[in-house]
Write a protein that binds this ligand. Sequence first.
Ligand code: URA
Length: 248
Amino acid sequence: MRQPPGKGLLAAVMPGLRLDQLLSRYGHCSRREAADWLRGGRVTDRDGTPLLNTAQRADPEEVRIDGQPVEFPDRLVVMLHKPAGCACSHNPAESPLIYDLLPPRWLRRNPGPVSVGRLDRETTGLLLITDDGALAHRLTSPKHEIEKTYEVTVSAPLPDGLAELLASGTLLLRGETKPCLPARLEITGPLTARLFLREGKYHQVRRMLASQGCPVTALHRSAIGELTLNGLPEGQWRDCRELLDRLH
Ligand code: URA
């Protein structure tokens, strides 16, 4: 099992988190406010016995806060069905944001949730969100070759030979020094295609198709590796820790 987050030698010797750290780590209150929470009996063990000392260490899985288990005590990993119109950003100036679609308490966690890569504001589909930086890195690094599937609609017919060009690994986008990695294209209709990528350059799908005279009018990411939305409605999220563990 994963070790709960903690710092330094003491954490290694004494497992768990100080209760004031725990309350702030999971976004309930600041460390300073923790004493009041404990005094008010809001934090208990599994059996309902109040925990009163901010310095006491506890396993997050064993603690109850206002009678409820800690949410995502090991790590936060959810898939979000991103709707069009919201930005993958923490900057309120870019509102509406994908983070507005998550429970506000998650945003107060420390570390807080981040998206695994980004989708453009107008792109819809599968986006992973996690507080596990190492996982985010593994999933975005081209070294790990996780394939992402995009459903693309364009405004001009897809030219002959496009699938071969994208598969060749020779397409060099303007402003880039390295060509795109080989990508698979399945033509699904006169103006639609499914594109499989193993990397994520800025606006990559839109730039690849625009470079061939086919501006993208709609873009939806339907899968990351084997992971699919599987009926998740737009704007909703789902815990996907288990699915992801099976994925890699
Ligand atoms: N490629 C794009 O151009 N946009 C996205 O949102 C994702 C991939």
